[in-house]
Design a protein around this ligand. Structure first.
Ligand SMILES: *[C@@H]1O[C@H](CO)[C@@H](O)[C@H](O)[C@H]1NC(C)=O
Ligand SMILES: *[C@@H]1O[C@H](CO)[C@@H](O)[C@H](O)[C@H]1NC(C)=O
Ligand SMILES: *[C@@H]1O[C@H](CO)[C@@H](O)[C@H](O)[C@H]1NC(C)=O
Ligand SMILES: *[C@@H]1O[C@H](CO)[C@@H](O)[C@H](O)[C@H]1NC(C)=O
Ligand SMILES: *[C@@H]1O[C@H](CO)[C@@H](O)[C@H](O)[C@H]1NC(C)=O
Ligand SMILES: *[C@@H]1O[C@H](CO)[C@@H](O)[C@H](O)[C@H]1NC(C)=O
Ligand SMILES: *[C@@H]1O[C@H](CO)[C@@H](O)[C@H](O)[C@H]1NC(C)=O
Ligand SMILES: *[C@@H]1O[C@H](CO)[C@@H](O)[C@H](O)[C@H]1NC(C)=O
Ligand SMILES: *[C@@H]1O[C@H](CO)[C@@H](O)[C@H](O)[C@H]1NC(C)=O
Ligand SMILES: *[C@@H]1O[C@H](CO)[C@@H](O)[C@H](O)[C@H]1NC(C)=O
Ligand SMILES: *[C@@H]1O[C@H](CO)[C@@H](O)[C@H](O)[C@H]1NC(C)=O
Length: 781
């Protein structure tokens, strides 16, 4: 479609859709703010760089704010969402006091750790909606915040009288710390004595990777007249010094340092505009001046609200019989898919390019499964920009990332899973100016060239992979270096990566490559040990035979207990430790299903569909898998491949809402960007992707009707449940039609969304024969 036509469509769409549909009332950003969800629950635009929130001193403050009884240590403008690893960002926090005792600045408490005792607040004072966050400190100071793309606007409202009974003379400090206390040497800060503008720069460390990054900031104030200002070091402040360069630390904790501004009165709220930039202080200041010229809080908040309303328009569900909690679960899940990755276009100091630059792919091992595929449906324009950014990163850094945050390479968890992301978009026809030739070169490099440091890009063990057809345990690899564990999960993931490359090759007419990578995509079979059994720790056998096992260079078998690194294993190291196991964050049992492209052959090895289903049930029912980590996602729906879509529907309802509820503690694990959010959204929508393939597995939506409008074609895809009941007893599809014609496949492809087709599902109380024969594609028979 020509751009002009597309533009008209968008315009029409917006005017038609915005009438009477207000999804924001169903968004609760606080879902996942406690119990290890680690979400960013503050104010952000879709993919925004400015992310304003209160930071707490919780040991689970990866996303900044938590609702777990921890107290506030500051208010900062940069964050990530849902991550594990060290806390990310949280740089240049502000902290307000209504008075310094006796009017003496040295009696105000500056260092982050000590000022935490003024950071108590009550849960009930917290407000969080898309684009705005606020809370009231027990000191009586109310802090509200909203954002534009690069700038946060904070509003501190003070009680007019200070604790000493004197009229308040608020002091606001801004310090050079971050959440992880990672500041390096030579942080700088300056305050302009006349305007109070605070500027500065410091070097920090990324939270799950190597390297470092420099961030600059610029803060302006509006409200009361300025009384005085200056800088502080450790717990001492001065109004006569205006510039500071500070060393890293004493005893490992960054030396507290920053600037402050004190005001003459607290009659009006004080507005603070903080902008950050990876380029320069000047750029940060100009963001502030251009994005929020007049400090108009309501105007900024209104614009943020509109941006979110717009982004949530494409998916509309019937609310008939559905309670608010179910709707909140759903729309909040969708909301969380658009917090990360972050749009740093124009903010990349590493290379110059006209391509978009996105950051916080944190990490692709998590995102490829459902978050990016979800955006492929609801926001294809953004996905195209993300993919262009990934390809541009390959052009300038040499490799596609597997994880990337704060301008640095993150650690690779398994395969080169950006291959899956590119293939998924490619087979679904995402265009948006992507240079697919370069994209193809990038994925082929993953498959063919071993990086010296495969900690953070590409794949390790490629010589063995080519010679043996698997990654050996205790491999001999003198060409590249990384953590020498995960031989099973890497073999399985590399196999699927190769399948994904083959899909792109086929589409581009590279038939020799198609055959080559299709062949190596079967390498997973080389680790299948047909006589392997699995027993519980008490000796009771699970009754299943045939598991993946590690294999040495000399082709003899090693051994790992198939239940190691299951949800019930509290003892093994299952992450990136040197002592880690041969499966990453997951058991052999669970990885035993990770053959997304060849369920048919896997099923044959497992003894046919019935045995496959018994094994899949056992995986879920015995808590071997846990839905709080991403490898579990696809296993919920893999019954489709055995001709039992009814069991996938049962499983989806088994997990939602029991394991995903719309409360702060309601997530079963780290949201991992918006991975958990996208799982909820897809499962409730009734279509689950097998990413890298043009396949969505059909289950009945949790709503009588779902409409999904495509932002580029303007077409609306519609799924309708006939005999819908909100108690979810009728969750079994009896028959289906697609655009009025009987439909017997238990899956559908992406043209459903782009062409706006209509799928009508007739439901009943019992499993039927529907979907038992027309199975999704598999390499084998
Ligand atoms: C509320 O506050 C208490 C104590 O401060 C905390 O333990 C609790 O988990 C908080 N969060 C929620 C969601 O209630
Ligand atoms: C957070 O700060 C409060 C108040 O100073 C303190 O009691 C608490 O121990 C701190 N928590 C952590 C994890 O440091
Ligand atoms: C900090 O600045 C000093 C003086 O310019 C310089 O010698 C030193 O190398 C700098 N440290 C770092 C880590 O850049
Ligand atoms: C879905 O779209 C159809 C056709 O435009 C419309 O009649 C129906 O009301 C829509 N349903 C929802 C839930 O918006
Ligand atoms: C990303 O940011 C650039 C520059 O501000 C903008 O042109 C583009 O539309 C943004 N992309 C998305 C998906 O928001
Ligand atoms: C051994 O443990 C498994 C898993 O917890 C359990 O199902 C089984 O009943 C136990 N067997 C015995 C003999 O206790
Ligand atoms: C194969 O290699 C393993 C690990 O080095 C060793 O324990 C085993 O004895 C070897 N087997 C043969 C037959 O060489
Ligand atoms: C992991 O596997 C080892 C070796 O089989 C076994 O000794 C250990 O008990 C397992 N750990 C758990 C928690 O099952
Ligand atoms: C699995 O875990 C759930 C709680 O998450 C528990 O209710 C259930 O009993 C467990 N099942 C088994 C077989 O241990
Ligand atoms: C809302 O409906 C769902 C599904 O029927 C149910 O599980 C949940 O308990 C209900 N929640 C409330 C607050 O009524
Ligand atoms: C559904 O199955 C149950 C037994 O599982 C049976 O009692 C009932 O009659 C069946 N209902 C229909 C409509 O077939």
């Amino acid at each position: 479609m020509a751009p002009l036509v597309a533009l008209c469509w968008l315009f029409l769409l917006n005017s038609v859709l915005s009438r009477g549909f207000h999804p924001l009332k169903y968004v609760d950003p606080l879902i996942g703010a406690s119990n290890g969800g680690n979400v960013f629950p503050g104010a952000s635009l879709p993919y925004g760089m400015a992310k304003a929130v209160a930071d707490t001193n919780s040991t689970s403050n990866q996303g900044g704010f938590t609702l777990d009884g921890a107290v506030v240590t500051g208010f900062s403008t940069m964050h990530d969402s849902g991550t594990g690893g060290s806390p990310s960002l949280g740089n240049f926090a502000l902290f307000p006091y209504k008075n310094c005792p006796d009017g003496d600045i040295n009696q105000c408490v500056f260092p982050k750790r000590s000022r935490a005792r003024f950071g108590a607040f009550s849960n009930g004072s917290v407000t969080s909606k898309p684009g705005i966050f606020g809370l009231t400190l027990d000191s009586g100071i109310r802090a509200d915040m909203t954002v534009t793309q690069h700038v946060s606007l904070f509003r501190f409202s003070f009680p007019p009288i200070g604790s000493d009974g004197e009229p308040a003379q608020p002091l606001i400090l801004q310090d050079l710390t971050d959440l992880a206390d990672s500041r390096q040497d030579n942080g700088t800060v300056s305050v302009d004595s006349k305007t109070g503008r605070i500027t500065g720069s410091a070097k920090f460390l990324p939270s799950f990777g190597g390297g470092n990054f420099v961030l600059h900031f610029c803060t302006d104030f509006k409200g009361a007249d300025i009384l005085d200002n200056g800088i502080y070091v450790d717990s001492r402040a001065s109004t006569s010094v205006k510039d500071l360069t500070i060393s890293r630390s004493i005893n490992g904790y960054p030396l507290p340092g920053g600037a402050f501004v004190r005001f003459k009165s607290a009659d009006d709220p004080i507005l603070i505009r903080t902008a950050a930039s990876f380029i320069s202080v000047e750029k940060a200041c100009s963001y502030g001046e251009t994005e929020i010229p007049d400090f108009h809080f309501t105007k900024v908040y209104d614009a943020a609200t509109k941006a979110w309303e717009q982004k949530l328009q494409p998916v509309r569900v019937s609310t008939k019989g559905i309670n608010e909690s179910t709707l909140t679960n759903f729309y909040s899940g969708i909301y969380r898919t658009m917090i990360n990755p972050q749009n740093y276009t124009g903010e990349n100091p590493l290379w110059s390019s006209n391509e978009p630059y996105f950051d916080s792919f944190y990490c692709i091992w998590d995102l490829f499964r459902s978050q990016l595929p979800f955006l492929t449906i609801t926001d294809p324009v953004a996905v195209a920009e993300m993919i262009r950014s990934l390809i541009d990163t390959y052009r300038h850094v040499g490799w596609l990332p597997d994880c990337r945050m704060s301008l640095n390479k993150g650690y690779t968890q398994g395969g080169s899973n950006a291959d899956n992301v590119l293939a998924d978009a490619y087979v679904k026809g995402i265009d948006g100016g992507i240079n697919w030739d370069d994209g193809y070169k990038a994925v082929v490099k993953d498959a063919e060239v071993e990086p010296y440091d495969w900690c953070c890009q590409g794949r390790g063990g490629l010589d063995s992979w080519k010679a043996l057809g698997y990654i050996p345990v205790q491999d001999f690899d003198y060409k590249g270096f990384g953590t020498m564990t995960r031989s099973i999960s890497r073999t399985l993931e590399y196999s699927y990566n190769d399948f994904c490359i083959a899909q792109m090759a086929r589409g581009m007419g590279k038939l020799a490559d198609y055959e080559k990578y299709t062949e190596s995509s079967s390498n997973w079979q080389n680790l299948y040990k047909a006589d392997q059994t699995s027993a519980w720790w008490n000796g009771t056998d699970t009754g299943f035979v045939g598991f993946f096992e590690p294999r040495f260079l000399n082709k003899t078998w090693g051994y790992q207990d198939p239940l190691n690194c299951s949800y019930l294993d509290w003892y093994s190291s299952c992450s990136l430790q040197n002592s880690g196991r041969e499966t990453f964050e997951s058991s052999i049992w669970e990885y035993g299903f990770f053959v997304p492209h060849d369920q048919a052959t896997l099923m044959t090895l497992y003894g046919g569909p019935d045995a496959f289903i018994r094994r899949l049930n056992y995986l879920h029912d015995q808590n071997i898998t846990y839905i709080g980590n991403e490898p579990a996602f696809l296993t919920v729906f893999q019954y489709h491949y055995a001709g039992r879509p009814a069991l996938s529907a049962e499983r989806a309802h088994f997990y939602i809402p029991s394991f995903f509820s719309p409360t702060p503690g309601g997530l079963p694990g780290n949201d991992d960007s918006g991975a958990m959010g996208s799982f909820v959204a897809f499962a409730m929508m009734g279509l689950f992707p097998n990413p890298g393939q043009d396949v969505y597995l059909i289950t009945p939506p949790f709503f009588e009707e779902v409409n999904i409008t495509h932002s580029l074609t303007g077409k609306t895809a519609r799924i309708r449940n006939v005999n819908f009941d909100a108690e979810y007893e009728n969750i079994y599809i009896q028959s289906a039609t697609l655009d009025g014609v009987a439909y017997t496949k238990n899956w559908i492809d992406h043209s459903f969304f782009t062409q706006g087709k209509e799928l009508v599902l007739t439901l009943g109380r019992n499993e039927s024969l529907w979907g038992t024969r027309d199975l999704p594609p598999s390499l084998g028979k």
